[in-house]
Design a protein around this ligand. Sequence first.
Ligand code: UD1
Length: 421
Amino acid sequence: MDSIVVTGGTPLKGKIPIAGAKNACLTLMPATLLTEEPLTLMNAPRLSDIGTMTLLLQSLGAEVQSLQDGRVIAMASHGPVNTLAEYDIVRKMRASNLVLGPLLAREGHATVSLPGGCAIGARPMDIHITALEAMGAEIELKDGYLHAKASGGLKGAKVPLRFASVGATENILMAATLAKGTTVIENAAREPEIVDLAACLTKMGAHIDGAGTSTIIIEGVDRLGGATHPVVVDRIELGTYMLAPAICGGEVECIGGRVDLIKSFVAKLDEAGISVEETKDGLKVARKNGRVSAVNVRTEPFPGFPTDLQAQMMALLCTAEGVSVLEETIFENRFMHAPELLRMGADIDISGGTATVTGVERLKGAPVMATDLRASVSLILAGLAAEGETVVSRVYHLDRGYEHVEEKLGAVGAKIERVSS
Ligand code: UD1
């Protein structure tokens, strides 16, 4: 199993290209099930999660080809598809549940395994289910599978979400494009990945209004066509690499970066004393001399501070001057990086969903273990700031969401390598 070895203390300088968004690509791919014509995604990220979605779609009968070294994904779903999404694939990745809406819309029935427990919390599917039921689906849970059917087809409806779930908004948005009549999603999630999905579905012929706001209105159409669509830039990869020079000094330009995708995060960097400048190609981040200042962070649905950047931000705050309070409001168990950061000399006190971080002058390298995707990369960031060597093991989590992290950070001067054992 691979490990990443980081030797800290070197300031960074250079440019890091930011890939297409994993989370956008994972919701755009199932949209191929909504049409018999080809759907081609450009600027796709090369990640193992994309490989998992490819296998899932292929198991449903879709053709999925990876072209141009994985940058382009060419898909087509001609004819009837298989409507059973099996546990063996779904359990690997929660985003597999995004085939439920499209399958139900296309075939009128679907059997999709529940994804099961996840390291960062329970992550149930009640919001997806209630919403699809409002659109006329009957859904039953049997043997770990959701058995869904909409005998007369899905019907447009008013669908208020009890929480602005990203996945539920995406599932309902896709399902509603082919439903009869008008669907109104209330308290919809507003994440940029939803705006990207709506843009792609619109190119395919869907009628969607309000994506990016809390109310999305979808007029169902009889059929959708093909499209070619570039995946939006990955705001979480962007934020992660913006933290690299923030944590160990230097200046890095993140190519493709956009402030509008991560305004609340940029505001926190500013409060901490990190400079972020918009350039013609992206965002340039620099840390001036001295320690960063402590800041308080509360994770929230977009446009609030993203939960997917909480672990990385904690790594930065471990060496800030003063006491920072981080509140995690989206997932109930998302501080698993904290005990690993403690092993590196951090001072963190966890109480429920709140972490109190008292900054220390310097972290110290240590062997640490990654427990989920964002936790893994937070340990790499901490390693960049630490004195000596940090060995991050179990990096398969990392490969789910970051393309060759060691190459991207190595290219800007970090001492980092992947070691296979
Ligand atoms: C997506 C992202 C993930 C990110 C999360 C929150 C993808 C592939 N993944 O996950 O990286 O961390 O948004 O920004 O895009 N919930 C329920 N019932 C439901 C659905 C969700 O209780 O039916 C709860 C979850 O347990 C969680 C919270 O709502 O506590 C947020 O979940 P949701 O917004 O649905 O996240 P995902 O779409 O799974």
